[in-house]
Structure formats: structure tokens, C-alpha cells
Design a protein around this ligand. Structure first.
Ligand code: UDX
Length: 439
């Protein structure tokens, strides 16, 4: 075999995992139908913005550990084939499996006349039961038998954007949904070369592995919406402060301190999509998912806290200059998929406000949505200059460097809405400082 492993789909998960495997000495073939993407990757120019990505990519290509192809049929040159294609949302929130179905069909046709035993690993996020459908699809198009000629494993991914490389190399857990001892041995042999000695592997069935991914993300989203709900209560209490609640409850080991930050809601390519998909899947099973519907409802309306403050402080927004610091759905990424900034900007434009924005790396992506209807600043200072109000939407480190005197010096009116609690209320008490979850 020419390669140890192949990846079908070089998006966030596929590319991050491929370069990390290559860095551990594995010979990897990356397949994607997008030739522009393939060309960029070949030139060690990562299509995604991620720490350490370009360095690892360059190293992998130089050492000949990462080869690229546009043809799914080439995966037969590897023994283990990872499926890392996208599983987008349909209009009703359920997941669309068309890419994964197409990829498995292409793989089936490719392996049809080859004697070798292949292991197909589903890394894409898929609802329970999908692996079984993929097995049917593979059997139908390859005329081969599951467990005899090929095996299917479910191995969901938990990496976060902004720390994808580190999360991939040092995961809290590795979930392996597998039904046969033979496949278990094959995947263990590979993972032993990649991860640390005491592998935190959780073996389970493929369907449970599929559900683990949704339960994991939905619970994290629930923690965030829960804290956003508490923040709404704290805001209505004169000396209320959601951060004090967070610090205290986070000390309870049963709760843990992570993902308790109230803010302007969660965005990105996973949480909104995965929560919606689990709701749609529950509905198919006749299971009530009010809990997750509330998580989404809180998230959809959380940005309105900003407008409650704006209404009180500025009244009519027509002609008012509003500056926005931070556009990406979270720091260290230029990703604006489902970002709160989009909802806020849309509403500000509806109210005829003048909007100026700045993000260290997401200005260009935002331009694709809003074009010339808003203005784009080159730095924080020029963004907030002469504005009537500044809204902090993403907690980039460089915004934390801004001092109260900068806002006083530059803004027309030093009115600040801290949507991510990056400033201390004590330090900013000389300004008109408002923040999420602060009474
Ligand atoms: C998430 C999951 O964490 C990851 O395991 C999965 O594989 C993909 O989805 P990601 O989308 O990269 O990762 O971002 P994450 O860091 O989880 O943040 C998601 C959103 O929640 C962001 O908009 C962030 O601002 C928000 N968030 C996070 C909060 O509002 N409060 C918190 O305490 C944490």
C-alpha cells in the first residue's frame, strides 16, 4: 500500500487531522474535489486559519508525508480511509447526508475489484444509524461484505477551531464506535502511533459513538445557554453579576468551570447545527426535545441584550455611529459562520445606524456579506473613533489591551457594551460601561 491513511474531505476536521497524522510519521493521502483547495494545500497555504497549520503543512509536504488528489478512487492506495466530508443542515434542521453518501458510493466503486481489506472511518458528524446506512451503501455498490471485505468505524471529532492542532494531537478522549475485534486492532495500531501512551480511548458501538458527539456538543451548548439565561436575571438585579455566579458554581467539580461564560451566544459551524440536528433526530424518534429548543431559543435572542441597552441609552439609532469590535464567532479564527456579529449588524442596519467594524482577521469574510453597507476599520482605535457606542462582540486578546482612557479620548460618547465580559467593571467605572450579565 502506498499510504497508511486517506482522508476524503479536507475541510477543518479533515485537514487538521491529516497534517497531525503526517506529523506523527504516517503517510497520508488527502482527497478533495475542490481543485482550488488542493492547489493551496499543495503549496502549504492552508485554506483555514489555524495556529501551527501552515508550519505542519509545509513540513508534511516537504517530507512527502502528505500527498493530494482530487479523485476519491485514489483512496484504494490506503488501508484506512477516513470520511471527513461536511454534513450540513437542511432547512428543517436535520442533517444532510448527501456528501457522505456520495463519498461512500465512490469508495465502494473504487474498492470493488480490489482484494485488500479496507477500514472506513466515519469522522464526519452523523446521527445515530448513519454507519449502518453507510454499510448498506458500501455493500450495495461494492458487492462486498461488511466485516469480511471491509469494516466501518465511527470516530467523532471534538476539536475546537483556534486550537485544532493541539486538540487533535492531545484529545481528552478518543471515541471509537466499532463492532469487530479485527477493526479494533487495526485502528488501535494506527492510534498508538499518533497519540500519547495512555490512550484515552472509549470503545463503544457505532451508534453510541454517533450519539456521543451530539450529546457532547449539545450539553456544552446547554451550559452556555443556561449561563446566558442566568445573565438575564443578573442584569435585572441592581448589583447582579453573572461572573460572580460563574466563579462560584464553576468550583463545584460536578459542574466544572469550562463553558460557563455568558456572552452574546454561541455560533460557529458546530453548535447551532448539531443542536438542530439532534432536535430533528429526536422528533423522528418521537422524543420531546424541549430542553434543546430552549437552548436554541435563548441563543437566538441573546444578542437582543445589546439592543435593550442601546434603546435605553441612545433611543433612536438612525444616524448613530456604532462601532463593533470583533466579527468572528470566537477569537483566533476568521470564521464568521453563525456569528453573533452578523445578527447585530443586520439589526443595526435595519435601524439605519452607521456601522463601523473591526476584526483582526475576519474583516474580509464579513465584507462578503455586508459589502459597502458598513465600513471596515484597520485597527481598534480607528474603529471606535467618533462613535456613539462601542460593542465588544468577540473577545480577541488585542481588545483587552484597550484602556478606559482610549475610549474616552477616541469616542464621541464613551458608551461601551461589553458582550464578552473582557473588561473589569471596576476599571471601567468612569465610563458608561454596560456588560452582559451585569446589573
Ligand atoms: C465546538 C466544540 O467545542 C468542539 O468540541 C466541536 O468539535 C466543534 O464545535 P468550536 O465551534 O470550534 O467547537 O467552538 P467553541 O470553542 O466550542 O465555541 C463555540 C461557541 O460558543 C463560540 O461562539 C463561543 O464564543 C461560545 N462560547 C463558548 C460561549 O459563549 N461561552 C463559553 O463559555 C464557551
Amino acid at each position: 500500500m502506498e499510504y497508511d491513511v486517506a482522508f476524503v474531505g479536507l475541510g477543518y476536521v479533515g485537514l487538521s487531522t491529516a497534517v497531525c497524522f503526517a506529523d506523527r510519521g504516517i503517510n497520508v493521502l488527502g482527497v478533495d474535489i475542490d481543485s482550488k483547495k488542493i492547489n493551496r494545500i499543495k503549496n502549504a497555504d492552508s485554506p483555514i486559519h489555524e495556529k501551527y497549520m501552515n508550519e505542519l503543512l509545509e513540513k508534511a509536504i516537504k517530507k512527502n508525508r502528505l500527498s493530494l488528489s482530487r479523485k476519491v478512487a485514489d483512496v484504494t492506495k490506503a488501508k484506512i480511509i477516513f470520511l471527513t466530508v461536511g454534513t450540513p443542515s437542511r432547512k428543517n434542521g436535520s442533517i444532510d447526508l448527501k456528501y457522505i453518501e456520495q463519498a461512500s458510493k465512490d469508495i465502494a466503486i473504487a474498492i470493488k475489484d480490489i482484494e485488500e481489506y479496507f477500514v472506513i472511518v466515519i469522522k464526519s458528524t452523523v446521527v445515530p444509524g448513519t454507519a449502518l446506512k453507510i454499510i448498506d451503501n458500501l455493500e450495495k455498490h461494492s458487492r462486498k461484505k461488511n466485516s469480511i471485505h471491509f469494516g466501518v468505524i465511527v470516530n467523532p471529532e471534538f476539536l475546537q477551531e483556534g486550537s485544532a492542532i493541539n486538540d487533535t494531537l492531545r484529545p481528552d478522549k478518543i471515541v471509537v464506535g466499532v463492532n469487530s475485534e479485527k477493526d479494533k486492532k487495526i485502528i488501535y495500531k494506527l492510534f498508538k502511533k499518533i497519540y500519547r501512551k495512555n490512550l484515552p480511548i472509549v470503545y463503544t458501538t457505532p451508534s453510541n459513538a454517533e450519539l456521543i458527539k451530539y450529546a457532547n456538543n449539545s450539553l456544552l451548548a446547554t451550559k452556555i445557554s443556561f449561563m446566558n439565561y442566568i445573565s438575564r436575571i443578573a442584569e435585572r438585579i441592581p448589583d447582579g453579576d453573572v461572573n460572580e455566579i460563574k466563579n462560584a458554581i464553576g468550583m463545584d467539580k460536578r459542574i466544572s468551570e469550562s463553558f460557563l461564560n455568558a456572552g452574546l451566544g454561541f455560533g460557529g459551524s458546530c453548535f447551532p447545527k448539531d443542536v438542530k440536528a439532534l432536535i430533528a433526530f429526536s422528533k423522528e424518534l418521537g422524543v420531546n426535545s424541549e430542553i434543546l429548543q430552549s437552548v436554541l431559543a435563548i441563543n437566538d435572542t441573546q444578542f437582543m441584550s445589546v439592543f435593550n441597552i442601546l434603546n435605553k441609552e441612545l433611543g433612536q439609532l438612525e444616524g448613530k455611529r456604532i462601532s463593533i469590535l470583533g466579527l468572528a464567532f470566537k477569537p483566533e479564527t476568521d470564521d464568521i459562520r453563525d456569528a453573533t456579529s452578523i445578527k447585530i449588524i443586520k439589526r443595526l442596519l435595519d435601524k439605519k445606524a452607521k456601522v463601523r467594524v473591526y476584526d483582526p482577521i475576519a474583516n474580509n469574510n464579513t465584507k462578503r456579506i455586508f459589502g459597502s453597507s458598513i465600513t471596515y476599520a484597520k485597527d481598534s482605535e480607528s474603529c471606535i473613533r467618533n462613535s456613539d457606542c462601542c460593542i465588544i462582540v468577540t473577545e480577541w486578546k488585542e481588545f483587552k489591551m484597550l484602556k478606559p482612557k482610549d475610549f474616552i479620548r477616541l469616542m464621541k460618547r464613551p458608551l461601551i457594551i461589553d458582550g464578552r465580559r473582557i473588561f473589569s467593571k471596576k476599571q471601567f467605572n468612569k465610563l458608561e460601561y454596560h456588560a452582559i450579565g451585569l446589573g
